[in-house]
Write a protein that binds this ligand. Structure first.
Ligand code: FO1
Length: 322
């Protein structure tokens, strides 16, 4: 079975661990968000790609959900001692090896997708990881504070400000000229099932859907498309999706996110939507917008629970296959 999943960072990576456990023989392709990518001290950092690669490859810091297990931050501290900014970004010593290889390869002219494949040769994540694009598409957050209205990099908003400054909006700088990376459209068109894991619907899944051609591929693929709500009981399971949803005027509910993605019949991307048991009451409202909904436990407390979610998503997809 060929499964294609769009994924952001921590939530997406955690779901993929369960998907692999549920379907060890499936051919899983992950289309990774690169809107979070940033140049830090001259190094190219790809947080969501690395989070998927490290999580599925066994190198992730389980405590943080990002970066490496057993990490140290000596270089970061030395840079801070020089007073060099950004001091707010957690650049790990082990993590730097990945960024050095990526940066040198980019400078040598290799596309990010080829570099990602090479890095995954080492990590063996057990999935094919493809960046959504090899081109620049950088999430900037529009904020307004005492220094006036301006755009800051997503990582600065997310890490330095903990998303505490209300976002007036998001701009994916460069996306209009971006193309899907090689293999992305094919992975969507030839999939048996397409999944939207419980990643941030705005700055992760929403970002991937903005790359010209990707949303269209999802609306036209023969594969059923099923998503899992990242919102349980009116709050994000993890991260700060509510800050992102609010910025777009979207209510922080499983129903509102489903409606935001939209039903494939009406120009949206979803055929099916899993909500947590706590939101079982919202199934009717979601079906009213043309999306088949089902309530199952959606807390990724351990691999077995996450595998059960993946199985529920696959079962729903199979029931929706045309
Ligand atoms: N998240 C933080 O909250 N603080 C950090 O200092 C931080 C550093 C970092 C370094 C490398 C990396 O791959 C991820 C890192 N993250 C950090 C997580 C990252 O900001 C988010 O996970 C994604 O961008 C959102 O999905």
């Amino acid at each position: 079975m060929r499964i294609t999943a769009l994924a952001g960072g921590i939530g997406g990576a955690r779901f993929l661990t369960g998907l692999k456990a549920a379907r060890p023989d499936a051919e899983i392709t992950v289309i990774g968000n690169t809107g979070d990518d940033i140049w830090v001290h001259g190094l190219r950092v790809c947080p969501d790609l690395d989070t998927v690669m490290y999580t599925l490859g066994g190198g992730i810091s389980v405590e943080r959900g990002w970066g490496r297990e057993g990490e140290t931050f000596t270089v970061k501290d030395e840079l801070a001692a020089y007073g060099v900014e950004p001091t707010w970004f957690g650049l790990g010593d082990k993590d730097i090896a990945t960024h050095l290889i990526r940066t040198q390869s980019l400078n040598a002219g290799f596309p990010l997708s080829e570099i990602t494949t090479a890095l995954c040769e080492h990590w063996q994540p057990g999935v094919t990881l493809i960046p959504m694009t090899d081109d620049r598409a950088e999430t900037n957050v529009i904020i307004e504070d005492e220094n006036g209205r301006r755009a800051i990099h997503f990582q600065e908003w997310w890490i330095k400000y903990r998303a505490s400054i209300p976002a007036q909006g998001f701009a994916l700088v460069g996306v209009d000229q971006a193309k899907p990376a090689p293999g992305v459209l094919e992975a969507i068109e030839t999939a048996d099932i397409v999944l939207l894991p419980p990643s941030n619907p705005v700055v992760s899944i929403g970002t991937i859907l903005q790359v010209p051609g990707i949303r269209e591929a999802i609306t036209t693929t023969a594969a059923p498309v099923v998503g899992l709500s990242p919102i349980v009981g009116g709050a994000p399971v993890r991260g700060m999706a509510d800050a992102c949803l609010t910025a777009l005027g979207i209510e922080t509910t499983a129903t509102a996110v489903a409606a935001h993605y939209g039903a494939r019949g009406n120009g949206g991307v979803l055929d099916g939507w899993l909500v947590d048991a706590a939101d079982a009451h919202s199934v009717t409202a979601i079906e009213a917008v043309g999306i088949t909904a089902k309530a199952v436990p959606l807390m990724m407390t351990d691999v077995d629970a996450t595998a059960a979610m993946a199985n529920a998503a696959i079962a729903l997809a199979e029931s929706l296959r045309k």
